[in-house]
Design a protein around this ligand. Structure first.
Ligand SMILES: [Cu+2]
Length: 513
């Protein structure tokens, strides 16, 4: 999106009418705003880089019932674009961060050390986590060195630690693909963009017994988009790249879209596969981009993606899809059968919602024949214990309206985020129905709970709403979900996972009483 003169004038007029604008938007010269929107990344030959897989982190020590880890959030140089260096802010300096392999019922304690020049807060997305370890946006870990907290953020009301914080994850939940990422108030967009995201995979006995592809045939795929400067550094349209002042340039208020697609941190990578089944844990870690994934060419004989899991773990039974529509923060656990292609075939994973270069994601090269040792069983998980909407005592309604209409601020029920205001107070153990409506479209995420999608625009749930969800894509209509508020009492957030909307305060609190 370009900043047109008309759009700029509209923003100016709204500011004049007294709406709060992020600092700096209007004081930045128009020439700078317009020029920034047209940064184009150095070109990269697609499918030339092999797909990396993030390393699995070893615990520092293992106690009875608990594994203890240590991660240092720091800057490091990585070769993302061939022959160039990019400074990333990564967990242990890596982008993506190292993968945590956890067992259901076995606690993980992670000491997060902050060696970055800014405050951070680390959230385990999909985790049933006590509030003090949930990575509340204002529960900051301040840097060890000199602190820059003078920024004009949206206000601070959390606890702070200096240098490090120990996060406790009970993992008292079923096997699922979770991920951890930065959640600092007002700065989640730029800090994720620089690389602060990694996988946290929980396994359990139900999953162990299934004959799904495993080992090297079970691959996490973190898909995101970035734009790079000529020198290889990340380009993010912050008003203040030092991240003391928050906010993005006006053209980016409804999301930052990169022109280079990365999978596990590599641009348009390729992966060699045998002609067998593979399991992919797909995460859309983009700030704002929605992916409509398809295989090109499609295999003979029908739907190529066999979905076995959603945000909250295994489905009861597999669901086959022609395409997988995945909005930011959602996870789809899918099996692809490469025996439906001849050896020698090169198969692109494409994004049908992309244009030009962003329509390509990665490529699978079917390079060898191998005996099949996996299957996708017709039953995956025992019947899922979804909340019963008839037991819901309460229906709450939340309307998400994007920033463009509000001079930059994004709202839920016409309110911007206030860490002190509680917008819903469900009782511990209670089932509630929440109705989300969105204008125009928002991936809506609830912390602490997983939910069941009940309906979409008054009709049945959509093809991508199956299973336990913690993030649901609401696109210009209404989605009703049922959630049971179990696990912990305390204050949690729910918000839009378009990170620019989130940073522009499309977030609210619920407190489990
Ligand atoms: Cu949004």
């Amino acid at each position: 999106m370009r900043l047109t003169r008309g759009r700029f004038l509209k923003l100016g007029a709204m500011a004049g009418a007294g709406l709060a604008l992020p600092l700096g938007v209007l004081s930045a010269p128009v020439s700078r705003l317009a020029a920034s929107a047209s940064v184009v990344s150095p070109s990269v030959e697609p499918f030339a880089v092999p797909l990396p897989v993030p390393p699995v982190l070893e615990p520092r020590r293992t106690g009875e019932g608990t594994d203890y880890y240590e991660i240092t959030q720091k800057a490091a140089e990585e070769e993302i674009l061939p022959g160039m260096k990019t400074e990333v802010w990564g967990f242990d300096g890596l982008f993506p961060g190292p993968t945590i392999e956890a067992r259901s019922g076995r606690r993980v304690v992670i000491r997060q050390k902050n060696e970055l020049p800014v405050p951070v807060s680390t959230h385990l997305h999909g985790g049933v986590t006590p509030p003090e370890s949930d990575g509340y946006p204002t529960d900051l870990i301040l840097p060890t060195g000199e602190i820059s907290t003078s920024g004009h953020g949206h206000g601070h009301a959390g606890t702070t630690s200096r240098g490090f914080k120990d996060y406790t994850y009970p993992n008292e939940q079923r096997a699922a693909t979770l991920w951890y990422h930065d959640h600092r108030m007002d700065f989640t967009g730029p800090q994720n963009y620089r690389g602060l995201a990694g996988f946290h995979i929980i396994r359990d006995e139900v999953e162990d017994t299934l004959p799904l592809p495993g080992g090297e045939k079970e691959v996490p795929l973190m898909i995101c988009d970035r734009t790079f400067e000529e020198d290889g550094s990340f380009y993010y349209p912050s008003i203040d790249p030092s991240l003391e002042e928050h906010g993005v340039l006006a053209w980016a208020i409804d999301g930052v879209f990169g022109d280079t697609i990365l999978v596990n941190g590599a641009p348009w990578p390729s992966m060699e596969v045998s002609n067998t089944l593979y399991r992919f844990r797909i995460l859309n870690a983009s700030n704002a981009r929605v992916h409509d994934l398809a295989l090109d060419p499609p295999p003979s004989g029908g739907k190529p993606f066999v979905q076995v899991g959603s945000d909250g773990g295994l489905l009861e039974a597999p669901i086959s899809h022609d395409r997988v529509l995945i909005s930011p923060a959602e996870r789809f656990d899918v099996v692809i059968d490469f025996s439906r292609y001849p050896v020698g075939k090169k198969v692109k994973l494409r994004n049908l919602a992309g244009k030009g270069k962003t329509a390509d994601v990665m490529r699978f090269d079917v390079v060898r024949q191998e005996r099949e040792e996996s299957t996708v069983p017709e039953e995956l998980a025992p019947e899922l214990d979804f909340p019963d909407p008839d037991e819901a005592k309460l229906t709450r309604r939340f309307t998400f309206i994007a920033g463009g209409a509000w001079g930059g601020m994004s709202t839920i029920n016409f309110k911007t985020f206030d860490p002190q205001r509680i917008d819903a107070s469900p009782r511990l153990g209670a089932t509630e129905v929440w109705e989300f409506s969105a204008d125009p479209e928002h991936p809506i995420h609830m912390h602490l709970v997983h939910f069941k999608v009940l309906s979409r625009n008054g009709g049945p749930p959509g093809p991508y709403d199956a299973g336990w969800k913690d993030t649901v894509f609401v696109s210009g209509g209404d989605v009703r979900v049922a959630a049971r508020f179990e696990g912990f009492r305390g204050k949690y957030v729910f918000h839009c996972h378009n990170l620019e909307h989130e940073d522009m305060m499309m977030m609210a609190n619920f407190e489990v009483l």
